[in-house]
Design a protein around this ligand. Structure first.
Ligand code: C5P
Length: 416
């Protein structure tokens, strides 16, 4: 305790108000590390953030709401009901209020609930309804931290796009020593400041994205389609909005599209519709990212009524669809355009040809030969080529992490 006291004293004069105007919601779980959250809340406050605190029931055994409400300068909530007044603590409002939610300390129990969508207290309800980015600071005994169940839960949270601030090594409350201590408040605040400075990096940038499959009608009940799920496009959109971009997201028929106030989703079915919607937005955009798996062909004619089964072979004549990336690449002004190439053979050659043919600035290659890459998986393994012959090869990662790598490269290219 002494240590934090003196560190706070020394920081007293020189903490810049890096977080002025930022709204941070701190969720506290039952862990001995909860005492550090008091210091963290104070640091947030010193840095100019507006702070609200919510707690699980068991967190109150470790630190009092009075301490946290005094430090945060706001009432601390831990239940859905306001005392005996019959009034409701609206978890949706809390989630919408925050620019950032930080679960610190995050116990193994709450991590598990977050990973599985359980929602039996105010903290987990706010987590599920929050639209803002979420940081998670695990704190637990070293064996709990290493248990495959905890590792899997943390990976799930990463895949949801949450930012994990890894536990640190040292003496633990159990008397054992190892990894599991919640990150020190000074380290967490560095993550928060870095997050907010990054979150401005694409502010004002308008991005067109295409995502998902297209369905090309054969008759009123049948179509030609593909296995694209829209997961990669959704992850990229979430990464872009976390850095301040605004997105026109043109999505083919899939359940995966981003739900965020900075994303406007236009739902389409066919390649023709996707082209029309994309064309309408393109001129006004700074960036276009073509993640959609657009059908190359469509039935030349669409039957007006359901085609009846017959004894003989059925021929369907296919006509080419517009190549959206190529058409827009041909008319682009200053837009930075990124395409995807999903290849099964001669991957690099094909990707580079597409980069040129579609007048792209960058192309993301994923090979179907790599296990865990491509459609429907939650992971992807990509190589990213740009028009200046630079290439970056990446390991198999979650699609959220691939999105971060891609947007990092995009940002670097925009700043060159
Ligand atoms: O030529 P290929 O379909 O492999 O090119 C893939 C890239 O081109 C992707 O970025 C995809 O979204 C885009 N594309 C498109 N319109 C098409 C076909 C592909 O925008 N008709």
């Amino acid at each position: 305790m002494e240590k934090y006291h003196s560190e706070l004293q020394t920081k007293k004069l020189n903490i810049p108000a890096m977080l002025a105007g930022k709204k941070v919601l701190v969720a506290v779980c039952g862990s001995i590390a909860a005492y550090k959250t008091a210091f963290f809340v104070r640091l947030l406050n010193k840095a100019g953030a507006e702070v609200k605190v919510i707690m699980t029931h068991s967190a109150k055994s470790f630190i009092t709401p009075l301490t946290l409400s005094t430090l945060s300068k706001n009432p601390v909530l831990s239940t859905f009901e306001k005392d005996d007044s019959g009034e409701w603590n609206n978890h949706v409002d809390l989630g919408l209020w925050a620019d950032l939610m930080i679960v610190a300390p995050a116990s193994a129990n709450t991590l598990s609930k977050m990973a599985h969508g359980a929602c039996d207290n105010l903290v987990t309800a706010v987590y599920l309804s929050a639209r803002c980015p979420v940081m998670v600071c695990p704190a637990m005994d070293l064996d709990m931290y290493q248990h495959p169940a905890t590792r899997t839960n943390l990976q799930k949270l990463k895949d949801y796009g949450n930012i994990i601030i890894d536990a640190e090594s040292g003496e633990l409350a159990s008397g054992l020593s190892g990894e599991g201590r919640m990150a020190e408040p000074e380290h967490i605040i560095e993550f928060v400041e870095e997050f907010f400075s990054r979150s401005q990096s694409l502010k004002g940038k308008k991005v067109l994205m295409t995502s998902g499959p297209t369905h090309e009608a054969i008759d009123p009940v049948r179509f030609i389609g593909n296995h694209s799920t829209g997961k990669m496009g959704t992850s990229i959109a979430m990464e872009l909005v976390s850095r301040g971009a605004e997105i026109q997201f043109v999505s083919g028929p899939t359940g995966h599209y981003p739900k965020h106030p900075s994303v406007q989703v236009t739902k389409v079915t066919s390649a023709d519709e996707m082209f029309e919607a994309s064309k309408a937005y393109f001129a006004d955009m700074d960036i276009a990212i073509f993640t959609a798996a657009v059908a190359d062909y469509k039935p030349k004619t669409v039957a007006n009524s359901k085609i009846k089964k017959q004894e003989n072979d059925l021929d369907i004549i296919l006509a080419p669809n517009p190549d959206i990336a190529k058409e827009l690449g041909a008319v682009k002004m200053n837009q930075f355009t990124i395409g995807f190439a999903l290849e099964t053979d001669q991957e690099e050659d094909n990707a580079l040809k597409k980069l040129e043919k579609k007048n792209l600035d960058m192309i993301v290659l994923n090979s179907l030969r790599n296990e865990g890459a491509g459609f429907a998986h939650d992971t992807n393994k990509v190589s990213i080529y740009d028009k200046h012959n630079n290439v970056s090869h990446f390991e198999l990662k979650s699609k959220a992490e691939v999105a971060k790598d891609l947007v990092d490269l995009l940002e670097r290219a925009l700043n060159e």
